[in-house]
Design a protein around this ligand. Structure first.
Ligand SMILES: O=c1ccn([C@H]2C[C@H](O)[C@@H](COP(=O)(O)OP(=O)(O)OP(=O)(O)O)O2)c(=O)[nH]1
Ligand SMILES: [Mg+2]
Length: 145
């Protein structure tokens, strides 16, 4: 199991996996006062967390489906990317896609964080690519049924 070093300068407990096989850990808002998010408004919410990810890993900041389905609250840049060499505070960009105000309270679980391994590649510039059956087909070219 990979180890992620974390400094918690916030007021809340460390994030945790809420069930045995959860892929994400929920992150809590670490704010002094509640924030009211108006329709289509976005806000940067601090978490109080600072991380050191092992080389070859990233953290992805993703929405919680409950907040999205019930309140239209999502992560604007989903999946947000936390780089392994980032040492600043993890912050979450939330947006309100509903038609009513939404209040974010201190300590609320606002998003989830998935730690993932990634592959670093070297780009090789060529003039022609190998053919494939798909070719340039995309954007729904296989239809819907
Ligand atoms: O939702 C996010 C996305 C990013 N970050 C932090 C960690 C990440 O490593 C850094 C840079 O993120 P990104 O590369 O997405 O932003 P950028 O606009 O390209 O900034 P930079 O020029 O600093 O890379 O900002 C967050 O705290 N939350
Ligand atoms: Mg960047």
């Amino acid at each position: 199991m990979s180890v992620v070093k974390i400094v918690n300068k916030g007021k809340h407990t460390l994030p945790q996996y809420s069930t045995e096989h959860s892929s994400g850990m929920d992150l809590r808002a670490n704010i002094d006062e509640s924030v009211t998010l108006k329709p289509l408004q976005r806000v940067l919410i601090p978490t109080g967390l600072f991380m050191q990810l092992p080389e070859g890993h990233e953290a992805q900041i993703r929405p919680r489906s409950g907040l999205a389905a019930k309140h239209g609250i999502t992560v604007l840049n989903t999946p947000g990317t936390i780089d392994a060499d980032y040492r600043g505070e993890v912050k979450v960009i939330l947006v309100n896609l509903s038609d009513t105000d939404f209040i974010i309270n201190d300590g609320e679980r606002i998003c989830q964080m998935v730690i993932a391994e990634y592959t670093k590649v070297k780009l090789e510039e060529v003039q022609v690519l190998e053919e494939s059956i798909r070719g340039a087909g995309g954007f729904g070219h296989t239809g819907t049924n």
